[in-house]
Each structure stands twice: as structure tokens, then as C-alpha cells.
Design a binder for this molecule. Structure first.
Ligand code: AGP
Length: 610
């Protein structure tokens, strides 16, 4: 997904920009570029591929300067080519723009107000510098135009007018020849401002600048910002606004690999801590405080999400309905957004589950739910993200920064939030409530035991030789089998399908052979015998079966080829150990196959386009 960075200050800008781009590589990208203002000259350089390629192809001199912008691009309009890479410039090469988002009406702008312009790229972004150029010309007298110097007001007003032409989403940084600063703006795309000592950093996300400053301003929807080395001006809706700085406590170390070969493995090993941190945030002396008292009046809950977060939501449905007996409806955000949904918003609390808080489909769903009049809640892991700004209330899952594209610790903390929510909404007797709380408090330790005791690598070695697999489970573990399959396919490129164990016989049986191993979650719950029956049916079709079963369950061994043993918990909480085991299985299988685990092909960490 595109990343943008900018610097204005007293130091050499290029090394800072390149380092910031490296820090946000995890977002996923296919090309990149930088532009430095060197004594009034606009010096741009772009490359297809990695930031390292950009660095090695940069000329040794000519890129000195104290103002610069940079971009990592994930292609949406036009192929990943040098020409389509950002920054994009106006026809005179004097106005440079980097952009994250999508300009929906760029074609009609090209054919309308910009019909005389010659465009170099196929991108939607390129209209922006051209628009700023014509707006600037409209605002300046011929003397001002030829003076070679521009002031903040002139540039800001031109950018503002240019933005009024745009429909869609954007976070942009604008550098203009003759102006010693940068102008930035955001609409439906994240943008932060890092504050230093006589210097400012602009970026699409916090890790980009965290080695430079932890003083962060989260810019609000439709903020327009002008930064010069010793001043900052923020405007919204035509008036100046003040935005507070947040002190970010994540250290750079938090965001680095901490001795593990991959971020994903580090993040799986952080699952016990992430669970503990999330519990600590909301559980004091056996009482749950989510700060959301209005949800007790909800007649039902609507959960919207994408990908892994959707599977967490599906698990959440089982958990909340079991504990709180409140009906929960869940929707894939991208489908919900364009469906003829029937909903009385006054009775429904809508919750958007999103690790990044920036997933475009989920944000649109949140807006749609608001349109129905629902009270809205964002369940997210990213402080200051767009979801937190859109929703009425926020519950943070306290997983800490997650860099690996595959969501792991963020998923498990989403589950913890659902246990807390279900218990918070429940009307069960105090003694039963206390039993559940005690079980919940055991989860960090249970997750740790999976990490310490389960020898998953032998199972991973076995699985890595196959090209097709099924993951099956039932009840609260159906979503966990879907999550196990998604994780495996995402990083090992093995075709994996998650299925309700009872559903295989309705079609997928045709695919079962000795070359399609099945991973079966066989928790000792109320329907254990039925799931075991499904496993026997699978075995009878010749597929090898690896069960995920609790310690002490001797029976299962009679029916399967191998067993991954996890610690025993009450059935409702079994998704926690099962998830840790499946995350490890995906990781070690991908490692066995030599895959690029943290940045799987074709994927991005946060998907900010619909
Ligand atoms: C998870 O491993 C995936 N990378 C993906 O499915 C992800 O969960 C999805 O894109 C939603 O992201 P979000 O939680 O940031 O909204």
C-alpha cells in the first residue's frame, strides 16, 4: 500500500526520507521515488522495485537540500513503472506531489479543466500538481509569478483550490519550487505530522518517523497543513485549528525484529504479552471496564470487517451469543457496503474490527452503519487511525505494532476483546462470571505453553510437501480453521481451504485424496463426537488427518495420523491455544518452503483502497 513521507528542517533531507521509506516497507509496494529541493531546483528520482534499488541508483550529488518528499507505491492506476511512480510533477516541473489514496474523478478532470495539459503517467495522482499549477497561476500577479519566490499563503490557497476539484481519497504532500516548506492535506487517508526541534516530518504512518521523534500529531479528516522549518499551520473548513501532540510510547525496538528471523515469528511469540496487555487495559479486580456503557442497551450487534479481522468477528459472534445471549450479525465489509441491508440503527450497535484502522472497505462500512443511525465502535490496534476518528467510540486491542503482513497477535487480541465484550454484556450469575474471568486470565499462560511446549516444526515439515489442504472445525473453532487456512495460504502459498467440518461431505469430499492433508480442530466441546465422526469420514476418503487436540484426549489418536497437542481450556476459550498453534504451523510451513514470510507476494499490510 502506498506510503508517503516528507521532511522540512535544518538537516540533509534525503537520508531521512530514505530511512523513513525503509521503515514503512512493510506496507507493501512495487516502486518508489524521492524529490529534494536543492537550491530551488526540484531533483526527483524514481525506481521500480525496492527502496534499496532507489538508493543504489541515486547519483552521488545533486540531491542536497533541507526539504524533501518520498513515496512507496502500490500500483492501482497504471502499472508499476518509473513513469507511474511518485512524485508527480506539473508541466513546468515546479510542483511535486506524492499521494496515497485514489482520485475517483481524475479522468473527467483531465478531460475538463486540464484538457490542455500533457500527462506523462497513467496515474490518477498526476492531475494534482497540474491542478495546483493552474490554481497558483490564477492567484498570482505576473510580477509575483516571475519573482521566483512564493509564500505559504499563496501555496496553501492554491493547494486548497486544487483540492476542491478532487473526488476520492488522498493524503498528499506538495513541494513547490520557490517555497521553503511543504503543504499537506488528508481526506480518508492517514497522515501524521512528527514534531522535532526546528524540523517536521510528515508521513502516512508513525513507524516512518519514530526514530526521529515520538511527538506525533494525528491529522484529522480534511486538515490542510503548511510546515516550514520553524512554523506549522493547520486549517480545517477554512479556519485555523490547533491539534494536540501525542507522545508515542512504542520504541523503535518494538518495531524491529527483536532477534527473530521474521517479524511474524516475533509477533506470534508476543501473543501471550499482547493478550496480557489487552486484558490489563480493561480488567481490574475481576470487573470489566470497556468505557462503553451505551452498548448494554443494544438489542443486537453488527460486526463488519475484512480478512483475518472478519474471522475474529465470526469468532466474536459465537463468543458474544454464547456469553451474552445477544444476537450478533456479521458482514464482510466489502459486501455490506453495497448491499440492500435492512437495519433499524436505533437498536443496533455496529462494530468495525480492523487491526490497522485504515482498511478502506471497513471504513466505508462504518460510514454506512452510521448512515443507518447505529452507534458505532471501532475495535482497532492503531492509535489515531481513521477508524478511531470515524467511530463514536473505540476499543483498542493492545497488541503493539504489527509489522508482518500476516495478522497474528492483532487477531488474538481481537478475540480477547470479544471475550471481554461478551462477559461485559452478559447477565450470568456472579459465580459463573467469576469462573469465566478466571479462565480468561489464564490465557496469556495458555498461549505461552503452546509456544514453549508444542513441537510444531515436524508437522510443518510434513505439510510443506503438499499443495492442497483443508482446515476444519466446528462452532467457535470454525472461524479458527478459516484463520488457519488463510494464514497458511497467505504466507506459504499452499492452497488451503477452511471449512465447517460437517460441510465437507456436501461437495469438497470430491477433492479428498492421499495428497490433501486435513488439519482438524478437535476440541472436547459439546459436539466433539460429531466432529470426530466428520474426521472418520475424511479418513475413509484417504486423506491424512492431523488433529489439533487437547492434552489428555487419548481417544483422538485412534482416528488420526498425528496430533498437535495444546493445553486444555474450557471449550469456549479453546480458540486461543488453537490459534497460537495454527499461526506457528503457518509460519514454520512457509519457512520450510523458503517463502518471503513478512512480505508475501501481492499482499499489503493495510489495504486502503476499496
Ligand atoms: C491478515 O493476515 C491479512 N493480512 C488480511 O486479511 C487483513 O486481516 C485484512 O486486510 C484486514 O485488515 P485490518 O484488520 O487492518 O482491517
Amino acid at each position: 500500500m502506498c506510503g508517503i513521507v516528507g521532511y522540512v528542517g535544518e538537516r540533509e533531507a534525503l537520508p531521512i526520507i530514505l530511512k523513513a521509506l525503509k521503515r514503512i516497507e512493510y506496507r507493501g509496494y512495487d516502486s518508489c521515488g524521492v524529490l529534494v529541493q536543492n537550491q530551488g531546483e526540484m531533483m526527483g528520482h524514481k525506481e521500480v522495485g525496492a527502496i534499496d534499488c532507489l538508493v543504489s541508483s541515486l547519483p552521488e550529488s545533486g540531491y542536497e537540500g533541507k526539504i524533501a518528499i518520498g513515496h512507496s507505491r502500490w500500483a492501482t492506476h497504471g502499472a508499476p513503472t518509473v513513469t507511474n511512480a511518485h512524485p508527480h510533477l506539473d508541466c513546468n516541473g515546479e510542483i511535486a506531489v506524492v499521494h496515497n489514496g485514489i482520485i475517483e474523478n481524475y479522468q473527467s478532470i483531465k478531460e475538463g479543466v486540464l484538457c490542455d495539459c500533457i500527462f506523462k503517467s497513467e496515474t490518477d495522482t498526476e492531475v494534482i500538481p497540474h491542478l495546483i499549477n493552474i490554481c497558483l497561476k490564477r492567484k498570482l500577479s505576473p510580477t509575483e509569478l516571475h519573482s521566483g519566490e512564493l509564500n505559504a499563503l499563496q501555496v496553501k490557497e492554491a493547494v486548497k483550490e486544487a483540492l476542491s476539484y478532487l473526488r476520492g481519497s488522498y493524503a498528499i504532500l506538495v513541494a513547490v519550487k520557490g517555497f521553503d516548506g511543504l503543504v499537506a492535506a488528508r481526506k480518508e487517508s492517514p497522515l501524521i505530522l512528527g514534531v522535532g526541534d526546528r524540523e517536521f516530518f510528515l508521513a502516512s504512518d508513525v513507524p516512518a518517523v519514530l526514530d526521529q521523534t515520538n511527538r506525533i500529531i494525528f491529522l484529522e479528516e480534511e486538515d490542510l497543513v503548511v510546515v516550514e522549518k520553524d512554523s506549522i499551520y493547520i486549517e480545517n473548513g477554512g479556519s485555523e485549528v490547533k491539534r494536540e501532540e501525542s507522545l508515542i510510547e512504542w520504541t523503535i525496538e518494538d518495531a524491529e525484529k527483536g532477534g527473530y528471523e521474521h517479524f511474524m515469528l516475533k509477533e506470534i511469540h508476543e501473543e501471550p504479552k499482547a493478550i496480557r496487555d489487552t486484558l490489563m487495559g480493561y480488567l481490574t479486580e475481576g470487573r470489566i471496564n470497556l468505557g462503553l456503557d451505551f452498548i448494554v442497551d443494544a438489542e443486537s450487534i453488527l460486526l463488519v470487517a475484512c480478512g483475518t479481522s472478519y474471522y475474529a468477528a465470526l469468532c466474536g459472534k459465537y463468543i458474544i451469543e454464547n456469553l451474552a445471549k445477544i444476537p450478533v450479525r456479521i458482514e464482510v465489509a466489502s459486501e455490506f457496503n453495497y448491499s440492500d441491508f435492512v437495519l433499524d440503527g436505533s437498536k443496533v450497535v455496529a462494530m468495525a474490527i480492523t487491526q490497522s484502522g485504515e482498511t478502506a472497505d471497513t471504513l466505508t462500512a462504518l460510514k454506512k452503519a452510521k448512515g443507518y443511525g447505529c452507534k458505532t465502535v471501532a475495535i482497532t490496534n492503531v492509535l489515531g487511525s481513521s477508524a478511531t476518528r470515524l467511530a463514536d467510540e473505540t476499543i483498542y486491542s493492545r497488541a503493539g505494532p504489527e509489522i508482518g503482513v500476516a495478522a497474528t497477535k492483532s487477531f488474538i487480541t481481537q478475540l480477547i476483546i470479544f471475550y471481554l465484550l461478551g462477559l461485559f454484556l452478559s447477565k450470568m450469575p456472579a459465580s459463573v462470571f467469576a469462573e469465566h474471568i478466571n479462565e480468561l486470565k489464564r490465557m496469556p499462560q495458555i498461549a505461552q505453553r503452546v509456544l514453549d511446549e508444542v513441537n510444531i516444526q515436524k508437522h510443518a515439515r510434513y505439510l510443506s510437501k503438499y499443495e492442497h489442504t483443508f482446515f476444519v472445525g466446528r462452532g467457535v473453532n470454525l472461524p479458527i480453521s478459516l484463520e488457519g487456512a488463510l494464514k497458511l495460504k497467505e504466507i506459504s502459498y499452499i492452497h488451503a481451504e477452511g471449512y465447517a467440518a460437517g460441510e465437507l461431505k456436501h461437495g469438497p469430499f470430491a477433492l479428498l485424496t492421499e495428497d490433501t492433508p486435513v488439519i482438524a480442530i478437535l476440541t472436547r466441546d459439546d459436539i466433539y463426537e460429531k466432529t470426530l465422526g466428520n474426521v472418520k469420514e475424511i479418513k475413509a476418503r484417504g486423506s491424512p488427518v492431523i488433529a489439533i487436540a487437547e492434552e489428555g484426549d487419548e481417544e483422538v489418536e485412534k482416528y488420526v495420523d498425528d496430533v498437535i497437542r495444546v493445553p486444555r481450556t474450557s471449550a469456549l476459550f479453546s480458540p486461543i491455544p488453537n490459534t497460537v498453534a495454527l499461526h506457528l504451523l503457518a509460519y514454520w510451513t512457509a519457512k520450510e518452503r523458503g517463502c518471503e514470510i513478512d512480505k508475501p507476494r501481492n499482499l499489503a499490510k493495510s489495504v486502503t483502497v476499496e
